[in-house]
Design a protein around this ligand. Structure first.
Ligand code: TMP
Length: 246
């Protein structure tokens, strides 16, 4: 299936103005000032958009995976921006004032942690590793600590505490969820925002934002196949959707 243009309406929710276009998603206003439409594109980028491409039907797969995971997390008591899936590529979400931080949780070494410490991929970590990154494309999302965040007033101490606890809880839930599906959850990235004074989980959780390895074979079923030109990118995303829906 080829990527279609965002439709003028999605079920009962009409598109308003395009508010923001990111590398993989577009945000549209709705008639409700508290809610937005999050539209998932097939566009893929890596290494801070130095590498660009398309993963056919990625938008559909990521919307379905993220919708299923947000629904599951909500049932487990995690508050998220997810309202409901509207169509193949669209999700209705609560409007967030984004906190300019990206949280990375790591269970097995890969990617940035291997580069930073000069270590090999695939070491199972004794305890999960939590990282704050400053959300800035211009700077390449640098690793920062609590002091940077508090000094720069990116978030309050209470918000940091809440985001960290919530991220650890999400990791525990996702580890068990993917274990049942014979997937090792290597690492993932989360973003949070403020809505009516409360901190909510935002963005998406998908093969774009997580590393998933098939248990046993260690076959990569995530965006690393695109980053590293490994081939079979679309089939890996479809395989993750199949396991999430199983
Ligand atoms: P990293 O090892 O490159 O720091 O990535 C850690 C996790 O975060 C990995 O699951 C991929 C995800 N990620 C994003 O979602 N967006 C990004 O821009 C980057 C660099 C990583």
């Amino acid at each position: 299936m080829t990527q279609t243009k965002p439709s003028p309406s999605s079920g009962s929710v009409a598109h308003g103005d395009k508010l923001y276009e990111g590398k993989a998603k577009i945000l549209y206003a709705t008639a409700n000032p508290d809610e937005l439409i999050q539209y998932f594109k097939d566009d893929a980028t890596a290494f801070n958009a130095e590498k660009k491409g398309t993963i056919v039907d990625k938008g559909i797969v990521n919307n379905k995976i993220a919708s299923a995971l947000f629904t599951m997390l909500e049932k487990e008591g995690v508050v998220t921006h997810f309202v409901r899936q509207l169509s193949d590529r669209e999700m209705l979400v609560k409007k967030l004032e984004i906190v300019p931080l990206e949280v990375t949780m790591r269970n097995i070494t890969a990617g940035g942690m291997c580069r930073m410490l000069g270590i090999e991929e695939g070491i199972v970590l004794k305890t999960p590793v939590f990282e704050w990154h400053y959300k800035s494309d211009a700077l390449g999302d640098p690793l920062i600590n609590d002091d940077h965040i508090l000094a720069m007033k990116f978030a309050t101490a209470a918000e940091l505490d809440q985001i960290r606890k919530e991220s650890e809880k999400i990791n525990t839930i996702l580890l068990a969820y993917f274990k049942k599906r014979k997937i090792d959850l290597v690492d993932f990235k989360l973003e949070f925002g403020r809505h009516k004074g409360k901190i909510l989980l935002g963005d998406e959780i998908s093969p774009d934002t997580c590393r998933f390895w098939e248990e046993g074979t260690k076959r990569k079923l995530d965006k690393d196949r695109f980053r590293r030109d490994m081939g079979d990118v679309e089939s890996a995303y479809q395989e993750m959707l199949r396991r999430v829906l199983a």
